[in-house]
Design a protein around this ligand. Sequence first.
Ligand code: KG4
Ligand code: ZN
Length: 330
Amino acid sequence: MTIILGLESSCDETAAALVTHDGRILAHRLATQEAEHRPYGGVVPELAARAHVEVLTPLVEGALADAGLKLADVDAIAATAGPGLIGGVMVGLVTGKALAHAAGKPLIAVNHLEGHALSPRLADRTLQFPYMLLLVSGGHCQLLLVRGVGDYARLATTIDDAAGEAFDKTAKLLGLGYPGGPAVEAAATRGNPHGVPLPRPLVGTAEPHFSFAGLKSAVMRAAQAGTHSVDDIAASFQQAAIDCLMDRTARQLRAHRDVTALVVAGGVAANQAIRGALAGLAAAYDLPFVAPPLWLCTDNGAMIAWAGAERFALGLTDGLDFAARPRWPL
Ligand code: KG4
Ligand code: ZN
């Protein structure tokens, strides 16, 4: 049995997890910085980096204690090495390097996006390559053809905002607070999804990408007009976002008939309406729909440990000179 320690610190969650090569989660500790950033309505990079420094080592010690293990029992240490807020990424990566050096174990520098991309295989051990992945988070909105570990084809990306960013900005415009996604979803359940006419950027076009900036501007105009309720605007925004995600995803499912499943990952995958729509789309294409449990969709340590386990199984380790990367496309 191999055991991988995974560290995550690229945004506003700090996490440490222990995962085995066959996908057993032995421990997972997570600290969220939501309260620190709430007064500012978004993540403040300097505050985030300092908070990661304060909690990461206790989280590692806590995870080892939960699993009844010592650092010496771990086979490799995986740490997010990017992309993300560089201060936070450096905290996790340097901690990972120090632990790897102290314990004499290999380091695995994990791409945060690869963590999200492979997390469905931790949730469902029967999931086989290639699969169609919709990766929707605060920083990303991509359709990826996942052909194997380290073998990803990016079929579509956003030309402006990420899906989660659109939810966060809509929440801010509507005075719903931070973090925005869950607040918009809650308001949307009370509103009429067809109450406010909003655009569906790029839908039906030959262009494969996503775009949410025009939708956000239309939400701003609707909010300023003052003629619609907050709940109706939230519901109509969410419906427009869903229509965009479905149209773009369907386009790629038509072009890639050999995929084994439609898979969703990233923080926006916590949205029940989006999950429901994707499940319907998968059924229409006769494909299984795989969505990790909610806690595995948002940033966490288990997905980093698991991506580390998948890489370690292929002999892919990294040197202690691996530099943190603020940008790192898959
Ligand atoms: O993957 P994640 O935890 O962090 C990264 O961006 O890497 O995703 C966070 C994003 C935020 O933009 C948040 O508003 C969004 O996911 N989100 C949601 C929901 N829960 C979180 N968006 C829509 N509906 C939700 N229920
Ligand atoms: Zn993420």
